[in-house]
Structures are given as C-alpha cells and as structure tokens.
Design a protein around this ligand. Structure first.
Ligand SMILES: [Zn+2]
Length: 239
C-alpha cells in the first residue's frame, strides 16, 4: 500500500519533506531546510520521524534551499541512498549546498564570538564539508525519463517552469499516481511551463499557487483538488 507522510512544510512553506512509503521503503520528495523565524529554524534540529538510514532515496523537485537544504544533515545522520535531481538542479546544488554549509559554520562561529547562544559551543547544523558529501549521492534524471526504484516505485520529471532545473515529479506505485508539483510560477517568466500534467492526486505549493494559476495551471490543479488533494491554507503546504 502506498502512504504519504508530511515531514515538513505543514503550516509553513519551508522545510519541504514528504515521505512516500511503499512496500517497506521510504522515499523522500524534497529534503528542505526550515527558514525564517527562529521558531521555524529550531525545527531543523529535531530528529526526523523516519531515521535517515531507513530512507531509500530522495527525489528533489528543484534546488531552492527550502527544498534541498537539509540534505547535508540527512547524509551526516546516515542516509546512504541516491538523491535524484534534474541535471540543472544537480549543478545548482553543487554551489548552493556547500555555500549553505559555509553559512552555517559562519553563523555558529559568530554566535560563539558574541556569546549569544545558550549552547557552549554553538555548533553548525552541518558544515561545508558535510555538504560536499551530498554531491556523491546525486543521480541526474532528465525530464521525461522514467526511473524505477527497487521497491517498484516509478517517477518522472516534467518541467515546472519555476527556476532552472525545476521539475514536477510524477510518481506511480500500486496502481496509484501521486504528483508533486514542487513550486510553480511565477508568471511572465521565460522558462518553459509545465505541460501534460494529470493524475489522481496533485499536491502543490500554496506559496506560489496564485502565480501558477495565472500562468495557466489552474485547470490541472483544480481538477486534482476536486479529487481530494489539499490546496487550502489550512492544509499542509507542499512547496
Ligand atoms: Zn522554489
């Protein structure tokens, strides 16, 4: 049986992590960092409900840190699987993740210098060196290419038109199709918009949804909503 568990981006739009559970395997869709107020950032220090060594793979929709920035910590905590990304997303992660690790180290060093942290010493969530280790887990998947995992879960990217490399992720298992839009929009960008998206469940991003509707995605997302996916403000935000 296929099950969906929300590990982040519920009640907020950062920290995107969604687990697809299928035949004893767990696949994360996105692995984002909580960003913004301290109350949110503190969630980055909480252990995941699924231990990282038990997660089989991660599929990232795009390179923004609120969708990928927890990857170094996941690897640091024992994740051994593959991280699937489009080629452009993989290239961007090669820059963004080490930079995020460097910023984490700088922030911890500054807290120690000023003495404002109650932790002595203050430690980074992960380091630049930790972030480089993620790059060895990356596996590039072209848009339109179908990948089948050992568990039987299949997935395919379609161009999302959000940033370079962004992909809507279609997944199939046990005769069920689940579509993760990732972030959509904004409007009036020159990136190629998504096309041909259809499925029994469409989980999308509330943070960019208004722009996505104006960009012409309303019909597809609206169709998914009528079949029961959560898009309202009181639902988990999948972004
Ligand atoms: Zn984004």
């Amino acid at each position: 049986m296929l099950a969906l568990q929300f590990l982040g981006a519920a009640g907020t739009v950062t920290g995107s992590k969604h687990a697809l559970l299928h035949d004893g395997s767990a696949t994360l869709i996105d692995c984002g960092l909580y960003q913004g107020p301290k109350t949110l950032r503190l969630r980055n220090w909480e252990p995941l409900p699924i231990p990282p060594p038990e997660i089989d793979a991660v599929i990232v929709t795009h390179a923004h840190i609120d969708h990928t920035g927890y990857l170094p910590r996941l690897v640091k905590d024992g994740f051994k699987g593959r991280v699937y990304a489009t080629p452009a997303t993989a290239d961007l992660l090669g820059v963004l993740l080490p930079d995020t690790g460097h910023l984490q180290e700088e922030e911890a060093a500054y807290a120690n210098k000023k003495g404002y942290s109650r932790h002595k010493p203050a430690l980074p969530l992960f380091t630049e060196r930790d972030a480089y280790k993620v790059l060895g887990h990356l596996e590039r998947v072209e848009c339109g290419e179908t990948v089948t995992q050992k568990s039987g879960l299949r997935f395919r990217y379609q161009d999302a038109g959000h940033i370079l490399g962004s992909g809507i992720c279609e997944t199939w298992a046990d005769g069920v199709k689940v579509v993760f839009s990732g972030d959509l929009g904004r409007e009036a960008r020159r990136l190629q918009p998504a096309d041909g998206l259809a499925g029994p469940l469409c989980a999308t991003a509330q943070g960019y949804f208004r722009g996505a509707r104006r960009a012409g995605l309303r019909d597809r997302a609206g169709g998914a909503r009528s079949r029961g996916a959560g898009l309202g403000r009181d639902r988990p935000a999948i972004s």
